[in-house]
Ligand binder design. Structure first.
Ligand code: UDX
Ligand code: ADP
Length: 487
């Protein structure tokens, strides 16, 4: 049976089948207290900026992960659980004034006028929709907890990326398990990109608010209007807002897969993908952004959101639409695989026992996030060939790297530790290496002394540049065997 969430719009009673819809207007008041459930990459930075820009609103970010909350409360701002340029200054300004981090979820819910849900929504790893649909169990747990605790009317804001129509499920749980208070659901998807989150929050291209209740929408518009120009705050119906988030990420990922598909063509024809991207991007209808060929996109959103889009399309029997978007993922997987195979082929068809230094593990620069990072899959492929990998990443800790590999379940944790080591400085990763693979475009990699590095490496010294970060002319002049995506 098809999931109720995906029933067509016209066949369902929009908000609530069991109880007449109560407009929120009757009880609306100025927002004085905000709670946010989930102190992760989305909830943490977003609430910090909301608090910074609204000193009159008390913002409490709660999480069941005690260690995470402790880190958010650390006096040493360099120890915040998320690395994001500029975040420390924002937290430093607002924390203790009107921004609080706590594990007391019930209390924050009870006191808040508006509750943001910013919990993780990974792709389902079991059952129906496995590998495609979003796992909404964390969202549902939140909804049940809000319903159980709330004694006054609440505006509940979906902040996590969710499949279209989640608002309906939320509303149903809240109304059916609650204490008779009114809940109004808004969708307010986050468009920040990691590494530039603070700038994206301070200067958003747009803020999107979807909902059915004008007064609740206005309450959230007012929160953002403290710093976002009014014309950048868009209001839509709930479902448009939920769908827009998936579509924005799908379009962005599609651009990366498009240029990555061309990178392979460039490698066989002698064209240079950067030159092609520049020529194509200069057309103002296409634009220059998001055309950087790479070893493949990662991050918590792109793959998950496209899989979601594919799942929704299939559930409506729109198989051609689903196939179209699925191809973006297939191409991305292909890009990671072919990078690993290129390494093996170039190194005389065997990497068994060879030391390959990985520069970078994060899915992009300026973040300590490694979710869905291309590095994980490239490493896995090389480890199947018994390569010895030594990873250096400026921000991703060793435990996270092992967790990422263990989660794949390809080999035992003991084997992952036997084959992979993590270096705390770049030179010890590069000493005696047969090859260097660049997986993340961290700026510092460009400033290394590549002449000295070559002295430390085995000969011939191979560099596989998955980010087109270093220059071919310079590296070849130093005597490296240099391979870059799309050249
Ligand atoms: C993305 C969206 O940009 C953001 O709006 C949304 O809220 C969350 O998802 P994020 O995943 O943080 O943000 O990073 P993004 O900068 O979009 O990069 C995603 C991946 O694509 C990275 O692995 C990046 O290296 C890769 N990428 C991006 C390319 O390979 N080439 C490009 O030209 C751009
Ligand atoms: P995102 O990138 O979407 O912010 P993260 O995984 O970084 O995702 O953060 C989500 C956070 O939500 C995690 O710290 C997790 O502990 C927290 N969380 C999930 N479910 C609940 C819940 N029911 N109550 C409180 N916190 C929760």
């Amino acid at each position: 049976m098809r999931n109720d969430l995906y029933k067509p719009y016209h066949r369902i009673n929009l908000m609530n089948e069991t109880k007449p819809y109560q407009p929120y207007q009757k009880t609306i008041k100025m927002i004085k207290k905000i709670a946010c459930i989930g102190a992760g990459y989305v909830g943490g930075p977003t609430m910090s900026v909301i608090a910074q820009k609204n000193p009159h609103i008390q913002v409490t970010v709660v999480d069941m992960n005690e260690a995470r909350i402790e880190a958010w409360n650390d006096d040493d701002l360099s120890k915040l659980p998320i690395y994001e340029p500029g975040l420390d200054a924002v937290v430093g300004e607002a924390r203790g004034r009107n921004l609080f981090f706590s594990t007391d979820v019930d209390r924050a819910i009870d006191e808040a006028d508006m509750i943001f849900i910013s919990v993780n929504t990974p792709t389902k790893a079991y059952g129906k929709g496995k590998g495609q649909a979003a796992d909404l169990k964390f969202i549902e747990l939140c909804a049940r907890q809000i319903a159980a605790v709330a004694k006054s009317d609440k505006i509940v804001v979906e902040k996590s990326t969710l499949p279209v129509r989640t608002a309906q499920a939320l509303k149903s749980i809240l109304d059916n398990t609650g204490n008779g208070v009114n809940f109004c659901i808004l969708s307010n998807p986050e468009f920040l990109a990691e590494g530039t989150a603070i700038n994206d929050l301070h200067h958003p291209d747009r803020v999107l608010i979807g909902g059915e209740d004008a007064a609740a929408i206005q309450a959230l518009v007012d929160v953002y209007a403290s710093w976002v120009p009014k014309e950048r705050i868009l209001t839509t119906n709930l479902w448009s807002s939920e769908l827009s988030k998936l579509v924005a990420n799908a379009f962005l990922a599609q651009r990366v897969s498009s240029i990555n598909s061309i990178s392979e063509l460039c490698e066989v024809t002698g064209a240079n993908v950067d030159e092609v991207a520049k020529a194509v991007g200069q057309d103002s209808r296409i634009g220059p952004k998001f055309l950087k060929a790479s070893v493949g996109f990662g991050g918590s959103c792109f793959q998950k959101d496209i899989l979601n889009l594919v799942y929704i399309a299939r559930s409506y029997n729109l198989h051609t639409v689903a196939d179209y978007w699925e191809q973006v993922i297939i191409l991305n997987d292909h890009q990671k695989t072919r990078f690993a195979e290129r390494i093996i082929r170039t190194m005389y068809n065997t990497v068994n026992g060879k030391h390959i230094a990985f520069l970078g593990w994060a899915f992009k620069k300026d973040t300590n996030d490694s979710r869905e990072s291309a590095a994980i899959y490239v490493a896995d492929h090389l480890l199947e060939e018994e390569a010895h990998i030594v990873v250096y990443d400026p921000k991703v800790p060793a435990e996270q790297i092992y967790r990422d590999l263990d989660a794949l379940g390809t080999r035992s944790p003991a084997d992952n530790r036997r084959l992979v080591s993590v270096a705390s400085d770049p030179l010890s990763a590069l000493n005696d290496a047969h090859a260097v693979a660049i997986l993340t475009e961290w700026d510092e990699f460009k400033s290394y002394d590549w002449r000295e590095i070559k002295q430390r490496m085995k000969r011939p010294a191979f560099v596989f540049d998955g980010r087109k970060l270093l220059g071919r002319a310079e590296l070849e002049a130093l005597g490296y065997q240099y391979y870059a995506i799309g050249e």
